[in-house]
Design a protein around this ligand. Structure first.
Ligand code: ZN
Length: 182
């Protein structure tokens, strides 16, 4: 933005005022630019609260995109429960299907971390099996004792960039069977 020299002190004051109010100034989208992803967890059975919690984690950490429960009509993301390993079929950025697999929960993995991780795939993040608990996309490689459901700063930055750019993503199935963990 080019600001005439005479207006610069005014703009500076305005920004200072907005900062004082605690309003986002730079690096975050205007409300009308926030991409809303609707999700339908009504078929996720016992995992519904974990899915809501996982969505809430992302809502607390990113500003360019927001998860909202679907209210009728077709949702961008459908979450179901089954007896396999958790997996995500990504069909486009912010769109797909998540299976909250019971097998991982039976092996002790944290439900909210699973939900937040699978939602991370919906947000365009790949698996990154570092074994580090602080990395949300390390998934099950961090072991069942890891209950952190919070994305790290690089993961947050990547999601913000994906939605700022409207990044194109290829449809892809992310699977998490034990054999592929490490
Ligand atoms: Zn994954």
């Amino acid at each position: 933005m080019v600001v005439p020299r005479t207006l610069r002190p005014v703009v500076g004051l305005l920004i200072a005022f907005l900062v004082a109010l605690g309003l986002p100034v730079a690096g975050s989208a205007a409300p009308e630019d926030v991409r809303v992803i609707t999700y339908d967890a009504s078929q996720s059975e016992e995992f519904q609260q974990a899915v809501d919690a996982g969505a809430q984690v992302w809502n607390e950490h990113v500003q360019n995109v927001k998860f909202e429960p679907a209210t009728g009509g077709s949702a961008d993301v459908v979450v179901v429960a089954d007896d396999g390993w958790p997996r995500t079929q990504l069909t486009g950025l912010g769109q797909g299907k998540i299976w909250m697999g019971r097998q991982a929960v039976q092996e002790g993995y944290d439900e909210i971390r699973i939900a937040a991780h699978e939602l991370g795939h919906i947000l365009g993040l790949p698996d990154d099996r570092t074994g580090v608990c602080e990395d949300l996309m390390s998934g099950a490689s961090a072991g069942p004792e890891c209950t952190s459901a919070v994305p790290n700063s690089a993961e947050i930055a990547e999601v913000e960039a994906n939605f700022a750019e409207g990044k194109a993503v290829e449809p892809r199935l992310f699977t998490h069977e034990a054999l592929t963990l490490r």
